[in-house]
Design a binder for this molecule. Sequence first.
Ligand SMILES: Nc1ncnc2c1ncn2[C@@H]1O[C@H](COP(=O)(O)OP(=O)(O)OP(=O)(O)O)[C@@H](O)[C@H]1O
Ligand SMILES: [Mg+2]
Length: 301
Amino acid sequence: MKIAVLSRNPNLYSTRRLVEAGRERGHEVRVIDTLRAYMNIASHKPSIHYKGEELEPFDAVIPRIGASITFYGAAVLRQFEMMGVFPLNESVAISRSRDKLRSLQLLSRKGVGLPVTGFAHSPDDIPDLISMVGGAPLVIKLLEGTQGIGVVMCETEKAAESVLEAFMGLKANIMVQEYIREAGGADIRCLVVGEKVIAAMKRQAKPGEFRSNLHRGGSASLIKITPEERMTAVRAAKVMGLNVAGVDILRSNHGPVVMEVNSSPGLEGIESTTGKDVAGLIIEYIEKNARPNQTRTRGKG
Ligand SMILES: Nc1ncnc2c1ncn2[C@@H]1O[C@H](COP(=O)(O)OP(=O)(O)OP(=O)(O)O)[C@@H](O)[C@H]1O
Ligand SMILES: [Mg+2]
Protein backbone atom coordinates (compact mmCIF):
# COMPACT_ATOMS: atom_id res chain seq x y z
CA MET A 1 0.00 0.00 0.00
CA LYS A 2 0.97 3.63 -0.36
CA ILE A 3 0.64 5.40 2.96
CA ALA A 4 1.03 9.12 3.69
CA VAL A 5 1.91 10.32 7.19
CA LEU A 6 0.75 13.90 7.72
CA SER A 7 3.30 15.29 10.13
CA ARG A 8 5.26 18.50 10.48
CA ASN A 9 8.43 16.74 11.51
CA PRO A 10 9.76 13.39 10.24
CA ASN A 11 12.14 13.18 13.21
CA LEU A 12 9.46 12.98 15.89
CA TYR A 13 9.40 9.59 17.61
CA SER A 14 5.79 8.78 16.63
CA THR A 15 6.31 9.78 13.00
CA ARG A 16 9.55 7.80 12.74
CA ARG A 17 7.97 4.70 14.26
CA LEU A 18 4.95 4.79 11.92
CA VAL A 19 7.21 5.16 8.88
CA GLU A 20 9.45 2.35 10.10
CA ALA A 21 6.54 0.01 10.94
CA GLY A 22 4.91 0.66 7.55
CA ARG A 23 8.11 0.01 5.61
CA GLU A 24 8.88 -3.12 7.63
CA ARG A 25 5.54 -4.46 6.47
CA GLY A 26 6.35 -3.77 2.84
CA HIS A 27 4.43 -0.53 2.34
CA GLU A 28 5.56 2.63 0.63
CA VAL A 29 5.40 5.36 3.28
CA ARG A 30 5.91 9.06 2.73
CA VAL A 31 5.90 11.85 5.30
CA ILE A 32 4.00 14.93 4.12
CA ASP A 33 4.59 18.19 5.99
CA THR A 34 1.00 19.23 6.71
CA LEU A 35 1.69 22.94 6.33
CA ARG A 36 3.39 22.49 2.95
CA ALA A 37 0.43 20.68 1.39
CA TYR A 38 -1.90 22.94 -0.57
CA MET A 39 -4.96 22.20 -2.54
CA ASN A 40 -7.14 23.14 -5.41
CA ILE A 41 -10.69 23.15 -4.13
CA ALA A 42 -12.36 24.76 -7.13
CA SER A 43 -11.59 21.93 -9.50
CA HIS A 44 -14.01 19.02 -10.01
CA LYS A 45 -11.14 16.67 -9.53
CA PRO A 46 -9.74 17.44 -6.08
CA SER A 47 -5.98 17.32 -5.82
CA ILE A 48 -3.21 18.11 -3.38
CA HIS A 49 0.00 19.82 -4.32
CA TYR A 50 3.19 19.57 -2.35
CA LYS A 51 6.34 21.61 -2.75
CA GLY A 52 5.59 22.31 -6.42
CA GLU A 53 4.32 18.91 -7.56
CA GLU A 54 0.94 17.21 -7.61
CA LEU A 55 0.85 14.44 -5.01
CA GLU A 56 0.56 10.89 -6.30
CA PRO A 57 -2.48 8.88 -5.13
CA PHE A 58 -2.32 7.22 -1.69
CA ASP A 59 -4.30 4.31 -0.25
CA ALA A 60 -4.26 5.59 3.32
CA VAL A 61 -3.28 8.66 5.29
CA ILE A 62 -2.16 8.77 8.91
CA PRO A 63 -2.90 12.21 10.37
CA ARG A 64 -0.54 13.43 13.10
CA ILE A 65 -1.93 16.92 13.40
CA GLY A 66 -0.71 19.03 16.30
CA ALA A 67 -3.25 21.02 18.31
CA SER A 68 -1.79 24.32 17.11
CA ILE A 69 -2.53 23.56 13.43
CA THR A 70 -5.89 21.79 13.78
CA PHE A 71 -7.71 24.12 11.40
CA TYR A 72 -5.30 23.84 8.48
CA GLY A 73 -4.48 20.19 9.18
CA ALA A 74 -8.14 19.20 9.14
CA ALA A 75 -8.58 20.96 5.78
CA VAL A 76 -5.64 19.05 4.27
CA LEU A 77 -6.93 15.76 5.66
CA ARG A 78 -10.42 16.53 4.32
CA GLN A 79 -8.91 17.00 0.88
CA PHE A 80 -7.35 13.51 1.10
CA GLU A 81 -10.79 12.21 2.11
CA MET A 82 -12.44 13.93 -0.87
CA MET A 83 -9.93 12.11 -3.08
CA GLY A 84 -11.08 8.79 -1.59
CA VAL A 85 -7.98 8.13 0.54
CA PHE A 86 -8.66 6.13 3.72
CA PRO A 87 -7.92 8.25 6.80
CA LEU A 88 -6.76 6.48 9.97
CA ASN A 89 -8.87 9.05 11.84
CA GLU A 90 -11.38 11.21 9.99
CA SER A 91 -11.03 14.98 9.85
CA VAL A 92 -14.45 15.49 11.41
CA ALA A 93 -13.59 13.28 14.37
CA ILE A 94 -10.27 15.06 14.89
CA SER A 95 -11.87 18.53 14.85
CA ARG A 96 -14.52 17.31 17.25
CA SER A 97 -11.96 15.86 19.67
CA ARG A 98 -10.04 19.15 19.77
CA ASP A 99 -12.97 20.91 21.43
CA LYS A 100 -12.82 19.66 25.02
CA LEU A 101 -16.29 20.81 25.98
CA ARG A 102 -17.93 19.44 22.87
CA SER A 103 -16.14 16.12 23.48
CA LEU A 104 -17.43 15.92 27.06
CA GLN A 105 -20.94 16.78 25.89
CA LEU A 106 -20.85 14.01 23.27
CA LEU A 107 -19.51 11.49 25.79
CA SER A 108 -22.12 12.48 28.36
CA ARG A 109 -24.91 12.07 25.83
CA LYS A 110 -23.83 8.47 25.33
CA GLY A 111 -23.58 7.79 29.05
CA VAL A 112 -19.78 7.46 29.25
CA GLY A 113 -18.52 8.05 32.83
CA LEU A 114 -17.16 11.59 33.30
CA PRO A 115 -16.05 13.80 36.17
CA VAL A 116 -18.90 16.16 37.08
CA THR A 117 -18.05 19.20 34.97
CA GLY A 118 -19.44 22.73 34.73
CA PHE A 119 -18.94 25.60 32.34
CA ALA A 120 -20.09 29.19 32.61
CA HIS A 121 -19.41 32.58 31.10
CA SER A 122 -20.50 35.18 33.61
CA PRO A 123 -18.73 35.86 36.92
CA ASP A 124 -22.24 36.33 38.40
CA ASP A 125 -22.78 32.59 38.05
CA ILE A 126 -19.63 31.50 39.90
CA PRO A 127 -21.23 30.60 43.25
CA ASP A 128 -23.86 28.39 41.65
CA LEU A 129 -21.32 26.90 39.24
CA ILE A 130 -19.22 25.82 42.21
CA SER A 131 -22.13 24.27 44.05
CA MET A 132 -23.29 22.57 40.82
CA VAL A 133 -20.10 20.52 40.65
CA GLY A 134 -20.33 19.66 44.35
CA GLY A 135 -18.26 22.41 45.97
CA ALA A 136 -14.57 22.33 46.94
CA PRO A 137 -12.14 20.76 46.42
CA LEU A 138 -12.40 21.23 42.70
CA VAL A 139 -10.28 21.49 39.60
CA ILE A 140 -10.33 24.47 37.24
CA LYS A 141 -9.03 23.95 33.71
CA LEU A 142 -8.15 26.32 30.94
CA LEU A 143 -9.66 24.82 27.79
CA GLU A 144 -6.56 25.61 25.77
CA GLY A 145 -4.08 24.24 28.32
CA THR A 146 -1.83 21.24 27.67
CA GLN A 147 0.80 19.26 29.56
CA GLY A 148 -0.86 20.08 32.85
CA ILE A 149 -0.34 23.83 32.54
CA GLY A 150 -3.61 25.61 33.19
CA VAL A 151 -4.97 22.89 35.50
CA VAL A 152 -5.48 24.27 39.00
CA MET A 153 -6.76 22.55 42.11
CA CYS A 154 -8.69 24.62 44.64
CA GLU A 155 -9.08 23.23 48.16
CA THR A 156 -11.65 25.80 49.28
CA GLU A 157 -14.61 27.52 47.67
CA LYS A 158 -13.09 30.93 48.40
CA ALA A 159 -9.95 29.97 46.47
CA ALA A 160 -12.08 28.59 43.62
CA GLU A 161 -14.09 31.81 43.43
CA SER A 162 -11.05 34.02 43.14
CA VAL A 163 -9.31 31.81 40.58
CA LEU A 164 -12.51 31.67 38.49
CA GLU A 165 -12.91 35.45 38.71
CA ALA A 166 -9.32 35.93 37.62
CA PHE A 167 -9.60 33.57 34.64
CA MET A 168 -12.95 35.03 33.57
CA GLY A 169 -11.46 38.52 33.85
CA LEU A 170 -8.76 37.41 31.40
CA LYS A 171 -11.51 36.16 29.04
CA ALA A 172 -10.11 32.64 29.22
CA ASN A 173 -12.32 29.66 28.42
CA ILE A 174 -12.43 27.46 31.51
CA MET A 175 -14.24 24.52 32.94
CA VAL A 176 -14.76 23.46 36.51
CA GLN A 177 -14.57 19.84 37.52
CA GLU A 178 -15.06 17.76 40.64
CA TYR A 179 -11.66 16.78 42.02
CA ILE A 180 -11.21 13.01 41.93
CA ARG A 181 -9.08 12.74 45.07
CA GLU A 182 -9.29 8.95 45.20
CA ALA A 183 -7.36 8.74 41.90
CA GLY A 184 -4.33 9.53 44.08
CA GLY A 185 -2.58 11.64 41.48
CA ALA A 186 -2.70 8.86 38.89
CA ASP A 187 -4.44 8.51 35.57
CA ILE A 188 -4.55 5.73 33.00
CA ARG A 189 -3.72 6.22 29.33
CA CYS A 190 -5.48 3.60 27.20
CA LEU A 191 -4.36 3.29 23.61
CA VAL A 192 -7.36 2.24 21.53
CA VAL A 193 -6.90 0.84 18.02
CA GLY A 194 -10.04 -0.35 16.23
CA GLU A 195 -12.27 -1.52 19.02
CA LYS A 196 -9.51 -2.75 21.31
CA VAL A 197 -7.30 -1.33 24.02
CA ILE A 198 -3.94 -2.54 22.72
CA ALA A 199 -1.79 -0.96 25.45
CA ALA A 200 -2.35 0.83 28.75
CA MET A 201 -0.09 2.64 31.17
CA LYS A 202 -0.49 4.34 34.48
CA ARG A 203 0.92 7.81 34.97
CA GLN A 204 1.61 8.76 38.56
CA ALA A 205 2.18 12.33 39.71
CA LYS A 206 5.31 13.06 41.70
CA PRO A 207 4.82 13.40 45.47
CA GLY A 208 2.91 16.54 46.45
CA GLU A 209 1.47 16.98 42.95
CA PHE A 210 -1.93 15.89 41.62
CA ARG A 211 -1.21 16.25 37.90
CA SER A 212 0.21 13.08 36.43
CA ASN A 213 1.60 14.68 33.25
CA LEU A 214 5.08 13.41 32.45
CA HIS A 215 6.01 17.04 31.71
CA ARG A 216 5.11 17.85 35.34
CA GLY A 217 7.44 15.17 36.68
CA GLY A 218 5.01 12.23 36.58
CA SER A 219 6.23 8.68 35.95
CA ALA A 220 4.75 5.95 33.78
CA SER A 221 4.36 2.26 34.58
CA LEU A 222 2.54 -0.81 33.35
CA ILE A 223 -0.98 -1.36 34.61
CA LYS A 224 -3.58 -4.04 34.23
CA ILE A 225 -6.92 -2.40 33.54
CA THR A 226 -10.32 -3.77 34.52
CA PRO A 227 -12.90 -4.92 31.96
CA GLU A 228 -15.00 -1.86 32.87
CA GLU A 229 -12.08 0.47 32.15
CA ARG A 230 -11.42 -1.34 28.89
CA MET A 231 -15.04 -0.95 27.86
CA THR A 232 -15.09 2.72 28.86
CA ALA A 233 -12.00 3.49 26.75
CA VAL A 234 -13.34 1.65 23.70
CA ARG A 235 -16.75 3.34 23.97
CA ALA A 236 -15.18 6.78 24.39
CA ALA A 237 -13.12 6.35 21.19
CA LYS A 238 -16.18 5.06 19.37
CA VAL A 239 -18.43 7.92 20.46
CA MET A 240 -15.81 10.36 19.20
CA GLY A 241 -15.63 8.47 15.90
CA LEU A 242 -11.89 7.81 16.31
CA ASN A 243 -10.30 4.57 15.08
CA VAL A 244 -7.14 5.33 17.00
CA ALA A 245 -7.24 7.29 20.25
CA GLY A 246 -5.47 7.84 23.53
CA VAL A 247 -8.18 7.76 26.18
CA ASP A 248 -7.26 9.20 29.60
CA ILE A 249 -9.18 7.73 32.50
CA LEU A 250 -9.29 8.47 36.24
CA ARG A 251 -10.24 5.78 38.77
CA SER A 252 -13.03 7.42 40.75
CA ASN A 253 -15.23 5.88 43.42
CA HIS A 254 -18.11 6.16 40.97
CA GLY A 255 -16.22 4.03 38.42
CA PRO A 256 -13.85 4.95 35.61
CA VAL A 257 -14.27 8.52 34.36
CA VAL A 258 -12.92 9.81 31.06
CA MET A 259 -10.87 12.98 31.28
CA GLU A 260 -9.91 13.31 27.67
CA VAL A 261 -9.81 11.57 24.28
CA ASN A 262 -6.72 12.36 22.22
CA SER A 263 -6.81 11.86 18.45
CA SER A 264 -3.02 11.94 17.87
CA PRO A 265 -1.69 10.03 20.87
CA GLY A 266 2.08 10.01 21.28
CA LEU A 267 3.70 6.60 20.84
CA GLU A 268 6.97 7.01 22.72
CA GLY A 269 5.75 6.76 26.33
CA ILE A 270 3.29 3.97 25.68
CA GLU A 271 5.69 1.86 23.56
CA SER A 272 8.58 2.20 25.98
CA THR A 273 6.42 1.53 29.04
CA THR A 274 4.49 -1.44 27.67
CA GLY A 275 7.00 -2.84 25.16
CA LYS A 276 4.15 -3.12 22.65
CA ASP A 277 4.65 -2.45 18.95
CA VAL A 278 1.86 0.14 18.83
CA ALA A 279 3.02 1.55 15.47
CA GLY A 280 2.94 -1.96 13.97
CA LEU A 281 -0.59 -2.53 15.28
CA ILE A 282 -1.72 0.76 13.75
CA ILE A 283 -0.31 -0.26 10.35
CA GLU A 284 -2.01 -3.64 10.74
CA TYR A 285 -5.30 -1.85 11.40
CA ILE A 286 -4.85 0.10 8.17
CA GLU A 287 -4.06 -3.08 6.23
CA LYS A 288 -7.30 -4.65 7.43
CA ASN A 289 -9.57 -1.62 7.08
CA ALA A 290 -8.34 0.70 4.35
CA ARG A 291 -10.72 0.83 1.40
CA PRO A 292 -11.10 3.62 -1.11
CA ASN A 293 -13.98 6.07 -0.63
CA GLN A 294 -14.85 4.73 2.79
CA THR A 295 -14.86 7.97 4.78
CA ARG A 296 -18.27 8.11 6.39
CA THR A 297 -18.49 11.85 6.11
CA ARG A 298 -16.48 12.08 2.87
CA GLY A 299 -15.14 15.42 4.01
CA LYS A 300 -18.61 16.94 4.23
CA GLY A 301 -18.73 17.72 7.94
N1 LIG B 1 -10.94 16.22 37.86
C1 LIG B 1 -9.72 15.80 38.19
N2 LIG B 1 -9.51 15.14 39.37
C2 LIG B 1 -8.26 14.71 39.70
N3 LIG B 1 -7.17 14.90 38.94
C3 LIG B 1 -7.32 15.53 37.76
C4 LIG B 1 -8.59 16.01 37.33
N4 LIG B 1 -8.43 16.57 36.14
C5 LIG B 1 -7.13 16.48 35.83
N5 LIG B 1 -6.44 15.85 36.80
C6 LIG B 1 -4.99 15.57 36.79
O1 LIG B 1 -4.34 16.64 36.12
C7 LIG B 1 -3.70 16.17 34.93
C8 LIG B 1 -3.82 17.19 33.81
O2 LIG B 1 -5.18 17.37 33.44
P1 LIG B 1 -5.69 17.33 31.93
O3 LIG B 1 -5.22 16.10 31.24
O4 LIG B 1 -7.15 17.57 31.96
O5 LIG B 1 -4.99 18.62 31.31
P2 LIG B 1 -3.73 18.71 30.36
O6 LIG B 1 -2.90 17.48 30.47
O7 LIG B 1 -3.11 20.01 30.65
O8 LIG B 1 -4.43 18.79 28.97
P3 LIG B 1 -4.21 17.79 27.72
O9 LIG B 1 -4.37 16.41 28.28
O10 LIG B 1 -5.29 18.21 26.80
O11 LIG B 1 -2.84 18.06 27.22
C9 LIG B 1 -4.34 14.85 34.61
O12 LIG B 1 -3.46 14.01 33.92
C10 LIG B 1 -4.70 14.31 36.01
O13 LIG B 1 -3.60 13.64 36.59
MG1 LIG C 1 -3.73 15.48 29.95
